[in-house]
Every structure is written in C-alpha cells, then in structure tokens.
Design a binder for this molecule. Structure first.
Ligand code: TMP
Length: 216
C-alpha cells in the first residue's frame, strides 16, 4: 500500500523543525500539490485553546497524566477536523509535532512510561499514524541555546516546556531516539546540528527515498 501523505516533524526545543516544515510545505506547493501545514498542540480553534493551557504558566501546573490527556484531547480534535478530512481529499498534510511528542515529553520526560502513552494513543487514534516522521535531533544544550532559554529558570509567557530544565529535555531526546530505533520505516533521523542548507538537503533526500516517484 502507498505510504499516506501525512508527514510529521518532531524534535526537542530549538531543533529547527518548524522552519523546515514550512520549507517542505512551500516545496510541495511549488510542485502544484495541495498542502495543509498544521501544528500540535493546536491546528483547530479548540485545540489552540487547549494549547494555551499547555504552553503557558508554571512548569508544575499540570500532573503528567492530566497533561498527556490534554495533548490527546487536542490531538483528537485536530485529527478528526483537519488532518483526516485533508488526507481524504488528496492533500498532503505536514504537522509540526504529533503523537511522538507525547511519547517523548510525557512518556519519557515526565516518566509516565511508554506503555501508558501507547494505551492512550491506541484509544484515541487507533491505527492512524503518519506515513513519515522526520526527527530533528540536536544535542540538548545546543537546542536550548537556540531556543534562547538556556539557564533561564522561568521562560517567557509561552515557555512552560522550555522552563523544565536540561535533565527533562535529555530524557525527551532519549525518548525520540528510542522511537526512531523501534520504527525505522516510519521515522528518519535528521542531524539538525548541521547548517540549515545541509538539513534541508537531508530532508529532501528522505522525501524522495520514502515517496519514490511522487516528489519532483
Ligand atoms: P512547539 O514549541 O513545538 O510549538 O511545541 C509546544 C510545546 O509542547 C513543546 O515544548 C513540546 C510540547 N508538547 C508536549 O509536551 N507533548 C505533545 O504531545 C506535544 C504535541 C507538544
């Protein structure tokens, strides 16, 4: 069966994934494709409301399980109202973060564990999964430095996760890399410590390899 045209961009803070998601969307649009570029948490009015609850306020604002449930509530709305309808009409969908972020941040970062997150994922999404996930991997210290929050105890208004500290973000990185090792057919790791143009070239090479004949 053909790989579904649902591509997710994942990675820690300051990994550069959002710029490359926009760049890929522009590249595909330039080839005359309909592309929906979206993000999580968010992507629908309701999910954007939930996003504010998640990215603002104190680090300890939510218990880890409550936080995981909020991410999945937002995701359910996003998938049902935006992602699946777009795929059904033949559009490419590019999402800046998806379910792997919950595994990495809440499963590993907050230590809820892979089993709990996997149960929630199956309940909320069933078998629905991206056709391709690009994991933008960068050493934690460099990522936090790029995100401009290193050594800042309390980050800006939307910086709840950035304020969680290096040990938390190191577990998040380990989580993402464990997902990539477990699912090499779906997840490609991009070394995003490289210069921007090298990263863009790596993304293009992965796209051509994973969607043969579909990308110009
Ligand atoms: P962003 O900065 O990439 O827009 O993402 C917002 C924050 O939300 C980011 O710090 C990671 C966090 N996050 C989770 O903790 N779990 C999730 O499931 C998602 C989608 C994001």
């Amino acid at each position: 069966m053909a790989r579904i045209r649902f591509i997710t961009f994942e990675g820690g803070e300051g990994s550069g994934k959002s710029s490359h998601a926009r760049r890929l969307a522009d590249w595909l649009k330039g080839q005359g494709r309909e592309v929906v570029l979206t993000r999580e948490p968010g992507g629908t009015p309701g999910a954007e409301e939930i996003r504010k609850l998640l990215v603002q306020g104190e680090a300890a604002r939510w218990e880890p399980m409550t936080e995981a449930l909020l991410h999945f509530a937002a995701r359910r709305d996003h998938v049902a109202k935006v992602v699946q309808p777009a795929l059904a009409r033949g559009a490419w969908v590019i999402s800046d973060r998806f379910a792997d972020s919950t595994m990495a941040y809440q499963g590993y970062g907050h230590r809820l564990g892979a089993e709990a997150i996997d149960l929630l994922r199956r309940l909320v999404l069933g078998d629905f999964a991206p056709g391709l996930t690009l994991l933008f991997d960068v050493p934690v210290a460099l990522g936090l430095e790029r995100a401009g929050t290193r050594n800042v105890a309390v980050a800006g208004a939307d910086g709840r996760y950035e304020s969680m500290g290096e040990a938390f973000h190191a577990r998040v990185r380990d989580g993402f890399l464990a997902i990539a090792r477990a699912e090499p057919d779906r997840v490609a790791v991009i070394d995003s410590a490289q210069p921007m143009e090298a990263v863009a070239a790596a993304v293009a090479a992965v796209l051509r390899a994973r969607y043969p004949g579909e990308i110009g």
